[in-house]
Design a protein around this ligand. Structure first.
Ligand code: IPE
Length: 256
């Protein structure tokens, strides 16, 4: 089994609230289907989640009643994105089930406190592809918190020990520093956990909280012996290549 994270920056237009990239989703699901593998999918929220969550300051937890509308709106919006993904899975005859984080995760002070993966177990054992997503969830200290799809990927990986974990992003892979800021950033092709950029070594993961957290999660998965791939979903054929072990541009973090 392979755990796949469809990054929100690939499946949505990150700058425009609620703007979906339907053609990309269609092609990515087609590449996934063509690989013939068994998988679990987690997708990001992109502009469906990050923009309303930011507007209503949901990352701060429940501070005032007006945020409840933001909670409602954000959840509703990521469900809309999820239903688009489910529609494409149906189109390619991949029987799937959507599992909402609100129903199987509880957080405490922004960290996952309890997670129940039994529905994933059931789905996978009967041949259904479980699909989850980044969303708002209840938090026993803050009222609610934002649960990233990456956190769900981490727990799925540690529980199911998949053959590999694949992060589909809008970049070719991992660089030793931020490629958007440094033109001489070095691309990392096959890399050991110890050689991944760390907060001390580079500003790459210092300035972009998102990437910093992602690298931390990748390290934890690879340290559990699972290979982790980061691949550009905007480039045709790369996801298929990674899923089927073909030679394509990507970063492989070697499980140890
Ligand atoms: C974010 O999920 C969830 C919300 C903002 C509600 P992710 O962290 O998995 O989303 P992407 O991949 O960065 O868009």
């Amino acid at each position: 089994m392979i755990v796949i994270k469809l990054g929100g920056s690939v499946i949505t237009d990150k700058r425009t609230e609620g703007k979906i990239r339907k053609r990309i989703i269609d092609r990515l699901i087609w590449e996934i289907k063509k690989s013939g593998e068994k998988f679990s999918i987690v997708h990001g929220a992109g502009s469906f989640g990050h923009i309303p969550a930011e507007r209503y300051q949901l990352h701060r937890g429940l501070k005032e009643r007006s945020q409840l509308e933001g909670f409602h709106l954000t959840h509703h919006s990521v469900r809309l994105l999820n239903s688009e993904v489910m529609k494409v899975l149906l189109k390619y005859h991949i029987p799937s089930v959507s599992i909402s984080p609100l129903c199987f995760i509880e957080m405490r002070d922004r960290r996952i406190e309890s997670i129940d993966l039994s529905k994933f177990d059931k789905a996978l054992s009967m041949g259904l592809t479980p699909v989850s997503f980044g969303d708002v969830v209840f938090d026993s200290k803050r009222g609610f918190s934002i649960c990233s799809g990456d956190d769900i990927v981490l727990h799925l990986a540690l529980h199911f020990k998949p053959d590999k974990v694949v992060f589909i992003m809008d970049e070719d892979g991992i660089f030793d520093r931020d490629p958007k800021k440094y033109r001489n950033a070095k691309f990392l092709k096959d890399v050991r956990v110890d050689d991944l950029p760390s907060a001390e070594k580079s500003s790459y993961i210092d300035v972009t909280g998102g990437m910093r957290k992602k690298i931390d999660i990748i390290k934890r998965i690879a340290n559990d012996g699972i290979d982790v791939y980061v691949v550009n979903g905007n480039k045709i054929g790369r996801v298929y290549g990674v899923l089927t072990g073909k030679k394509v541009k990507r970063t492989r973090v070697i499980g140890c």
